[in-house]
Design a protein around this ligand. Structure first.
Ligand code: ZN
Length: 64
């Protein structure tokens, strides 16, 4: 029952394969599920666009 998707063996660079990203909001550290890989820790296809996939330096704004 394997879905025939592109092999995603590339660790997400945004979260370094952890599946979570820490952001400093108001000086408070919180861990959020990585929007780039949806918390999987593996990089999704290039079609998967988080809000602003640039360098992963800026924490994504909550738009959902
Ligand atoms: Zn990620």
């Amino acid at each position: 029952m394997a879905t025939d998707e592109t092999p995603t063996d590339i660790p997400c660079s945004a979260c370094r394969g952890t599946g979570t990203v820490s952001s400093n909001l108001g000086g408070e550290r919180s861990e959020l599920p990585c929007p780039w890989c949806e918390g999987r820790g593996l990089r999704l296809g290039p079609e998967h666009n988080a809000q602003a996939v640039g360098r992963g330096d800026q924490p994504p704004d909550q738009a959902a």
